[in-house]
Design a protein around this ligand. Structure first.
Ligand SMILES: [Zn+2]
Length: 173
């Protein structure tokens, strides 16, 4: 998978989640280059300490790495940073697998029960909960109505199918 494509798609959302919008700016400025925090600060017009904290966050998530060299004049270490895009691909795939797992659990839940609601407040009850209340709304005593969740089920199924297709093509790249 091309690093650029990756950054344009789900990668950006993940980076935004980890580092916020400024992190996205830093990551875009880095691309595939190896840069020092100061060079990045210059490129992005962000303060060096902000750039540094973004880089450490990325590093904590395995999305950036550095090597250091001692500056012969000052004796201080200079850190050269670069992104580890392959790792980002793993993170994206892992998240996608998790999303699919959650959607499947939700689908099972939707398939596994009938649901009821009362128009007075729209609160949703499982069959068991509705039975406990004798299908009468605890808030207004009105009769609960059965929810037709077939559209939710269809939407879940098609979302799962779409993500599974994406996942299997991404896993083979
Ligand atoms: Zn009610």
């Amino acid at each position: 998978m091309e690093g650029d494509d990756l950054l344009e798609s789900s990668g950006i959302a993940i980076i935004r989640g980890i580092t916020g919008e400024k992190g996205v700016i830093v990551v875009r400025a880095m691309g595939k280059e190896e840069l020092t925090d100061e060079e990045l600060a210059e490129r992005t017009n962000l303060k060096v300490n902000i750039v540094r904290s973004i880089l450490y966050k990325l590093h904590d998530h395995g999305l950036a790495t550095y090597r250091r060299e001692r500056d012969k004049k000052t004796g201080w270490y200079i850190y050269y940073w670069r992104l580890t895009i392959d790792r980002l691909k793993d993170v994206i795939l892992q998240r996608k697998r998790l999303v699919i797992k959650n959607l499947k659990e939700r689908l099972e839940y939707e398939l596994g029960s009938k649901f009821f609601f009362c128009p007075c407040n729209g609160k949703r009850y499982t069959y068991e909960e509705a039975l406990e209340h004798n299908f009468s709304c605890p808030d207004c005593s009105g009769v609960m109505l059965e929810i037709d969740n077939s559209r939710i089920i269809e939407a879940l199924k098609s979302q799962i199918e779409k993500l599974e297709k994406e996942l299997s093509s991404e896993e083979n790249q």
